[in-house]
Structures are given as structure tokens and as C-alpha cells.
Design a protein around this ligand. Structure first.
Ligand SMILES: C[S@@+](CC[C@H](N)C(=O)[O-])C[C@H]1O[C@@H](n2cnc3c(N)ncnc32)[C@H](O)[C@@H]1O
Length: 310
């Protein structure tokens, strides 16, 4: 069981990592990107690596222990990283990386409840010590809220019909039970290229972990926490995430100027960053062949500009 880091060289190259720099890895996962940041910033660069998943934190701590105090690993959500990194002396940062979604460790462990191919409790929490598992969330859900989650976070076809079938089948306590309910109602549509449960699992996981809200909150805070010339690289795995990254990067790289004759200009501000990637970078065919999980990955990179540098 291992996790193959996606767009590893592309992301590390894009971050312009240098010796002595301070870096944030907001999604430590299996520690692959963190290890590359440490190697590239040797001998004295430092990395603050975080993940909401306590198991990931313990794994990365053990994997990278030989780097001593060049690396600090902590459990926290992506939208709490900046506060913690500041207290730990890692700001302003010379670079930050977020590689969103799930690690292979999480998918491979049936008891985490992320994978519909493995029988396990329907949990889906990144931080399994807090909040409610997906099974309990479904117990409390009504038709409106479940329909909305399936529509907005899964772009599920016929979300109301799928939601009703799920609610009728409650209690749903295992991954395979949910998969079979969804497969049962979607069987008629043979045109689908992916298993019908894929989008339902994605939608529930996003809701349980409040992923899109956290990402929306985190990005401007991380950009503000970069040193001039510092870069932020974000790897997304579906269009909902990519849309949020694209918007946050556009906001940061666009100056706000009041049109003449409107207001006093007190809300005006220059752009705080420039886009390094105008179009997202995708994995090569060779990477996708070696690691099918990479197929939907997209990398966007932005660079903070210094005061008065615009
Ligand atoms: C794709 S894996 C990262 C893999 C890592 N870059 C590597 O090379 O091994 C994504 C990780 O991000 C974590 N994660 C996803 N969304 C998060 C969030 N909103 N806050 C904190 N951690 C998050 C997951 O728990 C998972 O371990």
C-alpha cells in the first residue's frame, strides 16, 4: 500500500524551491510532496506539513523524522494552516502546495469508508476524531438537503430521485450498501462511463468534510501569507475544486480600481499576485498510464508580487 504523488516534478519545479526557504504543504497525505520539498530546499529549507487526517500526520512524521527540525507536521484543516504556521514561525512562506482530495492510504483502508469497492463503515471523515460519519449524516438528512448535496457537490443526474432512494433505504451503515442502492436505481442508464456511485460518494465526502468551503476560505489566506516572490501551487481533482482555485487566483491577480466618478477609491487595491499558469497543467500520458488516479489532476500556480512591484 503506497501513495504515488501526482504531478510531483511539475509542482516542485513550479514552486522555485530554494535552500533556506520556508514552505507549507497543506495536504501532507503520504508525504511525497513534503519529502520533495525537503530534498529540493536542502540543506536548510524548512517545511510545515499539515493534514486533517491524524493517520496521515503520524505516517508523514515517521517517514520524515530523519530531517529533524527542518520539518514540522501537524494535524489541521486547510483553512486553519495559516494561523498555525504563523505561530510555528513559518511565515511569510516562500511557497505553499495543496494537493487536494484523497490519498491512496485513505482509499485502501476499508474502515475509513471512502471507497465503494471495499465493504466498510460509511464514514468518509478526513478527521475521524470529530464530526459525524456519513452514515449518521444521512440519518439526519432530509430530501432537500441531500438533493442539494448530490446536485452541487456531485453534479449527479436526477439528484432528487437518487436522494429519495437513499433516504428510503436508511439506515445505510456500509459503503457497499450505499453503492448498491445507487446502482439499483441507475442501472437503466448504460451510457454512464463511470460507476453511478462515484459521484454520490464524491458529493457526500465533500459535504461531510466541508471541503469546498474550506478551500474557498483557505486560498486568500495562504496567498496573503506568502512572501513577495513566493508561489502557491494547487492540484485539483474535479471541476468544482478547480473552479474555486481559478476564481481565487483571478481575484488575487486582478487590481480593483473604482471607475472615475464612482466612489472615493478607498476600496481600490493593486493585484497582489500574478498567474504563473494561465491554463492548468495536466499530467503527461506516461504519468496517467503509470497512475490512473492522476487522470483528472490539474495544477495551477500563482506568484505573490512585492509591494509596489505591480
Ligand atoms: C492527495 S492526498 C495528498 C498526497 C501528498 N501530496 C503526497 O504526495 O503524498 C490529499 C490529502 O489531503 C488531505 N485533505 C484533503 N482535504 C483537506 C482539507 N480540506 N484540510 C486538510 N486536509 C485535507 C487528505 O486527508 C489527504 O491526506
Amino acid at each position: 500500500m503506497t501513495h504515488i504523488s501526482v504531478l510531483l516534478h511539475e509542482a516542485i519545479d513550479a514552486l522555485n524551491v530554494r535552500a533556506g526557504g520556508r514552505y507549507l504543504d497543506l495536504t501532507a497525505g503520504g508525504g511525497g510532496h513534503t519529502a520533495a520539498l525537503l530534498e529540493t530546499s536542502a540543506p536548510d529549507g524548512r517545511v510545515f506539513a499539515t493534514d486533517a487526517d491524524a493517520a496521515a500526520v503520524a505516517r508523514v512524521q515517521a517517514r520524515l523524522a530523519a530531517h529533524g527540525d527542518r520539518v514540522r507536521v501537524a494535524q489541521c484543516w486547510i483553512d486553519d494552516v495559516v494561523g498555525l504556521a504563523g505561530q510555528a514561525g513559518f511565515l511569510p512562506a516562500d511557497g505553499a502546495l495543496a494537493d487536494l482530495g484523497l490519498s491512496s492510504f485513505q482509499l485502501d483502508q476499508a474502515e475509513r469508508g471512502f471507497a465503494f469497492m471495499r465493504e466498510g463503515p460509511l464514514d468518509m471523515r478526513f478527521d475521524a476524531t470529530r464530526g459525524v460519519p456519513a452514515s449518521a449524516w444521512l440519518d439526519a438528512a432530509d430530501l432537500e438537503s441531500l438533493t442539494q448535496v448530490l446536485r452541487e457537490y456531485g453534479e449527479v443526474a436526477n439528484p432528487r430521485r437518487v436522494a429519495q432512494a437513499i433516504l428510503d433505504a436508511r439506515p445505510i451503515t456500509t459503503t457497499t450498501q450505499l453503492r448498491d442502492v445507487v446502482a439499483g436505481i441507475a442501472r437503466a442508464d448504460r451510457r454512464q462511463r463511470i460507476h453511478p456511485a462515484t459521484l454520490v460518494f464524491q458529493a457526500l465526502r465533500i459535504a461531510i468534510n466541508d471541503e469546498l468551503t474550506r478551500l474557498t476560505r483557505a486560498l486568500p489566506a495562504v496567498i496573503a501569507a506568502l512572501a513577495p516572490g513566493g508561489r502557491l501551487a494547487v492540484i485539483t481533482f474535479h471541476s468544482l475544486e478547480d473552479r474555486i482555485v481559478k476564481q481565487a487566483f483571478r481575484d488575487a491577480s486582478t487590481a480593483r480600481v473604482t471607475a472615475p466618478g464612482f466612489g472615493d477609491g478607498s476600496g481600490d487595491r493593486p493585484a497582489s499576485a500574478v498567474l504563473v499558469t494561465r491554463k492548468p497543467v495536466s499530467p503527461s500520458d506516461a504519468e496517467i498510464a503509470a497512475n490512473p488516479r492522476a487522470r483528472s489532476a490539474q495544477l495551477r500556480v500563482l506568484e505573490k508580487v512585492g509591494e509596489g512591484a505591480q
